[in-house]
Design a protein around this ligand. Structure first.
Ligand SMILES: NC(=O)c1ccc[n+]([C@@H]2O[C@H](COP(=O)([O-])OP(=O)(O)OC[C@H]3O[C@@H](n4cnc5c(N)ncnc54)[C@H](O)[C@@H]3O)[C@@H](O)[C@H]2O)c1
Length: 388
């Protein structure tokens, strides 16, 4: 069995996503399982190096996460020098959204394959510019679109492929949870403060509408138009250093999407709601023959034949236990971590030229929807989504 080492620069990896999902769950997960076995005689083995600004944070990360399989994790604060090193053909970025462009530009100049977190930028023009940079240089490129590999959404996709829904009429997504403001010492905020500052690339539309774009495009159909209302429900939060700051960008978004095929999708996204539903994200699909509600991992379905007949009567407690009429869709297989699955696909794409359609151009479509959402909110009107 030949082992091909694949050098991967993990930039901005001391952050929340970089550490948890990309380093630990994906790259170290792949190393721990013995690499990516391709065929009978080849294994692709990630060879990561961590890059960032803080030597101390990188060292701490390396000390904490080096395993016997990975050996001591390499790290460097000299990003430019590492980018120039041909031992690392893949450049990955999970630094802040606003930092992304300069890193991608440098990595493109060095001829790297580019993989990065979403959103790739905060404007469509910039996201398309970055996509074009990679395309013009003939470089393989990809953007994280992790939700596509969530078990719950894969079960929805499976039901759809099996014709379970009949004609799909509408989709409603409910995403959100309470993000502590940080005002109470024993309830520290669980998201970075930049999420609530516009100048730092924050806002829930730029964060979540990117996801809803690829979820809708891939599962339900092409988005034709958007109407979105935003909200800054909480005006002040407390940052990582305990300092109060003004929140000047949307922490909630109420978005309706009309698809070319007539399906109506409505997605609420909020960091100011408490959860009384199956999961932090639930997606309900209603069709002529059946409905299903997916959470991150589980999915419940109700076929026409099992649909109870509700009659409106507020004078009595409901005679129907509505939750009792749904059946859980079983897991027919083991589902791996969503980020790890996409990483494996990208590494195979780079090394073996296998297909990979989740490119920077696809990522730019997400930025476009977010930008149009913000514009719709500002102008209080429906907007068509042009093809890009
Ligand atoms: N796919 C998803 O579901 C998902 C979820 C959350 C965030 N994200 C995206 O991931 C990215 C990171 O978000 P996060 O929540 O991990 O934020 P974070 O603030 O925890 O991490 C950002 C990291 O970038 C580093 N950084 C900032 N400037 C840098 C620079 N000049 N050079 C090197 N490193 C730099 C920071 O030190 C930090 O380690 C954002 O673009 C965000 O939109 C994606």
């Amino acid at each position: 069995m030949a082992i091909k080492r694949v050098g991967i620069i993990l930039n901005g990896v001391t952050g929340r996503m970089g550490t948890n999902q990309h380093l630990v769950r994906s790259i170290l997960g792949i190393i721990k399982q013995g690499g990516i076995k391709v065929g009978d005689d080849l294994v692709l083995m990630p060879d990561p190096i961590l890059t960032g600004r803080s030597e101390a944070k990188l060292k701490a990360l390396s000390d904490k996460h080096s395993t016997k399989e990975s050996g001591p994790l390499k790290y460097s604060t000299e990003v430019a020098k590492v980018i120039a090193d041909p031992a690392y053909p893949i450049f990955f970025d999970s630094s802040g959204t606003l930092q992304r462009a300069e890193f991608i530009e440098a990595a493109v100049k060095a001829g790297k394959s580019i993989y990065c977190e979403k959103p790739t930028a905060v404007t469509t023009a910039e996201a398309l510019r970055l996509a074009k940079l990679c395309e013009d240089a003939g470089l393989k490129n990809g953007v994280v679109q992790d939700k596509l590999w969530l078990p719950g959404l894969r079960k929805l996709q499976m039901l759809k492929e099996q014709g379970f829904f009949g004609r799909i009429l509408s989709v409603r997504g409910e995403f959100g949870y309470w993000v502590f403001t940080g005002h109470v010492a024993d309830q520290p905020a669980q998201r970075p403060s930049w999420n609530y500052r516009k100048a730092d690339g924050g806002g829930i539309m730029i964060d979540m509408l990117c996801h809803w774009r690829y979820v809708i495009d891939n599962l339900f159909g092409e988005v034709k138009a958007v109407s979105c209302l935003g909200g800054i429900h909480i005006g002040e939060r407390v940052d990582e250093k305990g300092k109060k700051y003004i929140c000047d960008t949307d922490d909630s978004a109420y978005a309706t999407f009309e698809l070319h095929n007539g399906i109506v999708c409505h997605f609420n996204s909020s960091w100011c709601v408490r959860v009384r539903r199956d999961d932090l994200l639930t997606v309900q699909v209603d069709g002529t023959d059946g409905s299903a509600v997916a959470g991150l991992r589980k999915c419940y379905a109700q076929h026409m034949a099992a649909t109870p007949k509700p009659v409106w009567n507020p004078d009595i407690d409901s005679p129907i236990d509505h939750f009792a009429h749904w059946s859980e869709v079983p897991s027919p297989m083991e589902y791996d971590n969503a980020f790890k699955i996409q990483w494996e696909l990208f590494i195979k794409h780079v090394c073996l030229d296998t297909p990979f359609r989740w490119t920077l151009r696809e990522g730019a479509k997400g930025v476009q929807l977010a930008e149009l959402g913000l514009q719709s909110w500002a102008e209080r009107r429906w907007l068509d989504v042009p093809k890009i």
